[in-house]
Design a protein. Structure first.
Length: 149
């Protein structure tokens, strides 16, 4: 059962992306069904050559969404661009190849409401959609470590 949240915060979801327009579409669609709707969504395009911008802008009517173009390649440049443009009290990152479960944002906000001194939280990663990557390796290793003996 979900607890009642009092004193909710303004939450910005940042998605950084590079040439994954179709996966981005699914990630953004998952944000439209959240039980705790995002106050702001920033898509940081890290110099894509596909139709990423069109996908992002197609969600402007369903999400309080902004598109940010970051020409300097690299995850750190893109994440920092997200931080610079975010207006929320907290920033939550969602990878472009992820689909957020319905209550994901609700549960990400709870620790910050309970304890204002919290600086960062993380969540469980499951069902990797990009095969042969470090993320997939992490998911496999994490699931092996979590198996009870």
């Amino acid at each position: 059962m979900k607890e009642q949240q009092s004193g909710s915060l303004k939450v910005t979801v940042v998605i950084i992306t590079y040439n994954r327009a179709e996966m981005l579409k699914e990630a953004l669609a998952s944000l439209t069904t959240q039980s705790r709707f995002p106050d702001e969504v920033l898509v940081v395009d890290n110099n894509s050559s596909d139709h990423t911008k069109a996908v992002a802008e197609s969600f402007k009517g369903r999400l309080n969404m902004s598109y940010v173009f970051e020409p300097v390649q690299g995850v750190s440049s893109a994440r920092n661009a997200g931080i610079r443009h975010a207006q929320g009290d907290i920033i939550v990152y969602l990878d472009d190849d992820c689909i957020a479960e319905k209550d994901w944002l609700y549960y990400m906000e709870i620790p910050f409401i309970r304890d204002p001194s919290i600086g960062m939280v993380g969540g469980q990663i499951g069902n990797c959609r990009v095969k042969g990557t470090l993320i997939e390796d992490y998911c496999i290793a994490a699931s092996l470590l979590s198996v009870e003996k």
